[in-house]
Ligand binder design. Structure first.
Ligand code: HEC
Length: 310
């Protein structure tokens, strides 16, 4: 995300984030998996086990903030801690304002000299883009592209919701001092849990987990959980039928929409093992996802629902 420098305050503004990642080489050396994210890693080890201890430990290292940094003294002048990482780029203006959109869907104007929060707007969707400012006939505007995306929410799965529940809505929001427009109400429910088929083949779910982490996690989220951008496969109708799933994953029924086909990189049995694994994940997590939505908003209030309440 873009940083900014203000020649007025002589400060650098850094949208910072810290995101841990597990590195373990592929067993037996590098083996390419065509049509996947080839990092040379065992992708099952980049993922998080579904237990409270592992996730709580991970959460401790997961944070995001905006820093005002004095490059001459080499020190932080002020800092605002956000709920989690993956917040938007920043814009510093001649009026000593600092604009930033956040992963939780808020758009803020801070005082660039001391970080006090001067203005807040609920954009109803995570923001990662950098704002811009321009003037037309002497009138000043600030614009930001609202939208939740990038590698963190698509690949981190449930942990990608650290800043709160957010669903991707893409639009450009433009502000002016006398602006009065408001946003239409937007659906914030996201992908809703659908009761999965009860049966799955437990003999192939470990193989399915490996194939999923290697070929699908990059876009559909760690351990079969989505973070609000792409379809959450646990609740997809396609997992209910072998052929339906193979038509999408093997034969490429949705390639026009950004969903690749995998019949040249996996056998039909391997693709089927992913489906079995997804049905297992859906069964393991269905009730806790339903329970997390039992409130007035219908969205999880503790978004990182992999952490079971003690
Ligand atoms: C490069 C990113 C990417 C990767 C990798 C990827 N997908 Fe997708 N997938 C998508 C997108 C984007 C969509 C949504 C397409 C649409 O809008 O219809 C999608 C949709 C799907 C759907 C349909 C969901 C529904 O109910 O509409 C299934 C099933 C699916 N993917 C399975 C998989 C599996 C299994 C893998 C791994 C073998 C995989 N995907 C890997 C991007 C990806």
């Amino acid at each position: 995300m873009a940083m900014a420098y203000s020649p007025r305050t002589h400060l650098i503004y850094l949208p910072a984030h810290q995101i841990p990642f597990g590195y373990k080489n592929q067993t037996g050396g590098f083996k390419a998996h065509p049509d996947s994210w080839n990092l040379g890693l065992d992708m099952t080890k980049t993922g998080l086990p579904d237990n409270a201890e592992a996730r709580s430990a991970y959460m401790k290292d997961l944070h995001g903030e905006v820093l005002a940094w004095d490059p001459v003294k080499m020190q932080t002048v002020w800092q605002i801690d956000h709920k989690g990482p993956w917040n938007g780029g920043v814009l510093a203006t001649g009026g000593d304002l600092l604009f930033q959109g956040l992963a939780n869907g808020e758009f803020h104007a801070y005082d660039a000299t001391n970080g006090s929060d001067l203005f807040k707007f609920n954009a109803q969707s995570g923001i990662i883009a950098s704002p811009i400012s321009y003037s037309v006939n002497g009138k000043q505007y600030v614009a930001v592209e609202v939208g939740w995306g990038g590698i963190y929410p698509i690949s981190m799965g449930g942990m990608g919701r650290t800043s709160g529940w957010t669903v991707n809505h893409s639009f450009v929001a433009v502000f002016s001092l006398d602006g009065k427009a408001s946003l239409p109400e937007m659906n914030s429910l996201g992908f809703l849990p659908v009761k999965p088929p009860a049966e799955y083949d437990s003999k192939v779910v470990d193989k399915g987990y490996f194939q999923y982490q290697t070929y699908c996690q990059t876009c559909h989220g760690d351990n079969g959980e989505g973070a609000g951008m792409l379809p959450d496969l646990r609740w997809s109708g396609s997992i209910r039928h072998k052929d339906a799933f193979y038509n999408v994953v093997g034969r490429g029924a949705l390639t026009a929409y950004g969903m690749d086909r995998f019949d040249t990189s996996m056998t039909p049995d391997e693709i089927e093992s992913i489906r079995q694994y997804l049905i297992k994940r859906a069964n393991d997590t269905y009730q806790r996802e339903v329970d997390a939505r039992k409130n007035a908003s219908g969205t999880p209030q503790d978004p990182v629902i992999g952490i079971a309440p003690k």
